[in-house]
Design a protein around this ligand. Structure first.
Ligand SMILES: *Cc1c(COP(=O)(O)O)cnc(C)c1O
Length: 351
């Protein structure tokens, strides 16, 4: 080993789902929205003045923050934005998880949580989900350095009732609790109103799933003015100009199109309901999902085999070779047409 290597920050990076690009493929592996962004986004792009690229973007991303504040009935000072919720969450870790005590999150959850903990040298303890893949709130009633969980959880799709989310926040007054609501729009109730009642909660959401803009990279957090101020102090000590001008304009335009947002959500939820029924007839079981994906397992055919068979057909789903979930597949809800092809393939393969 060369002597400088002793001082390298060594990390095992997060592995994102693959991004194949094949004509005719069906991509159900990274929970993207199958529908395009709001037409208002295209309009914002048309209106965009490229001459303004000469200038740095607004470091506060003011127009986007204002649009979000208006849409959610909050003050701009209660909104933090970042380059995808991954950026927002990383900033939250850096800002709030510094006690030296272990932070808590579920054993089966978003696989970035332990990656950030390792990157920042934050100890953590994983709390096992119960046999039905539900979070047990009591597991979070112990001394800790902070709490984070997605609601609905990923990759299970299971929603924790809002009353239980509140119990976890209420029982942890000395640390920050982060509720990662990447999938909340697909059928859950947001914890957002709790920011008025508790000064230790951050509610994080993203444009990547329900707003069809994974490629634009926009995430945001709601919290008390005090929490948002601390987050901004850290952000401005790291990189002030995180969001580019295009993204700020397009993001603001997307938030303003409520009708389109509702319309695509309703389509995805309706598709999820019929796909679930079809899969159950084919011998699959799955927890009840309130997200834009299903977490399925077949009564006789191993998940790994199905994953390979689907892949050979250019149908991409997600397989996690991890304890407790190595016989499960996570399948993003696509368009009706995509899901019909998915179900038809399984019908033929399984009979
Ligand atoms: C997709 C996802 C994110 C990250 O989304 P961004 O694209 O970075 O906004 C965060 N948390 C969970 C649970 C997710 O599934």
């Amino acid at each position: 080993m060369r002597s400088w290597e002793k001082n390298v920050r060594r990390v095992v990076p997060y592995t994102p789902g693959e991004q194949p690009n094949e004509p005719g493929m069906i991509k159900l592996n990274t929970n993207e929205n199958p529908y395009p962004p709001s037409p208002q986004v295209l309009e914002a792009m048309r209106r965009f003045d490229t001459g303004s690229l000469q200038l740095y973007p607004d470091p506060t991303a003011g127009s986007l923050v204002k649009a979000l504040a208006k849409r959610y009935g909050r003050k701009a000072s209660e909104v933090f934005v970042g380059v995808g919720s991954d950026d927002v969450l990383a900033m939250c870790y850096l800002t709030f998880f510094n006690s030296g005590k272990p932070i808590l999150f579920p054993d089966i959850t978003y696989s970035f949580y332990d990656v950030w903990a390792n990157l920042f040298g934050i100890p953590f303890e994983e709390q096992p989900l119960d046999d039905n893949f539900c979070i047990r709130k009591e597991d979070y009633y112990r001394e800790n350095g902070g709490v984070i969980f997605p609601n609905p959880n990923a990759p299970t799709g299971v929603l924790l009732p809002l009353a239980d989310v509140e119990d976890i926040i209420r029982r942890n007054p000395d640390v920050i609790c982060i509720v990662d609501e990447a999938y909340i729009d697909f059928g859950g109730t947001s914890a957002l109103p709790l920011i008025d009642k508790y000064d230790n909660v951050l509610v994080v959401q993203t444009f990547s799933k329900s707003r069809s803009m994974a490629g634009a990279r926009i995430g945001y957090a709601f919290g008390s003015e005090c929490l948002i101020r601390y987050l901004n102090d850290v952000k401005y000590s790291f990189n002030s100009y995180t969001m580019d001008q295009w993204t700020i304009s397009c993001g603001a335009a997307a938030v303003e199109d409520e009708a389109y947002f509702r319309e695509t959500l309703d389509k995805i939820i309706a598709t999820r309901i019929w796909v679930k029924k079809e899969l159950e007839v084919l011998g699959f079981t799955m927890p009840d999902s309130k997200s834009n994906f299903l977490f399925i397992s077949h009564r006789s055919v191993p998940a790994r085999e199905l994953f390979k068979a689907l892949r050979a057909e250019h149908i991409y789903v997600r397989y996690f070779d991890k304890p407790r979930i190595d016989n499960m597949l996570r399948v993003t809800i696509g368009t009706d047409e995509q899901m019909e092809r998915f179900v038809t393939f399984l019908k033929e393969y399984l009979c």
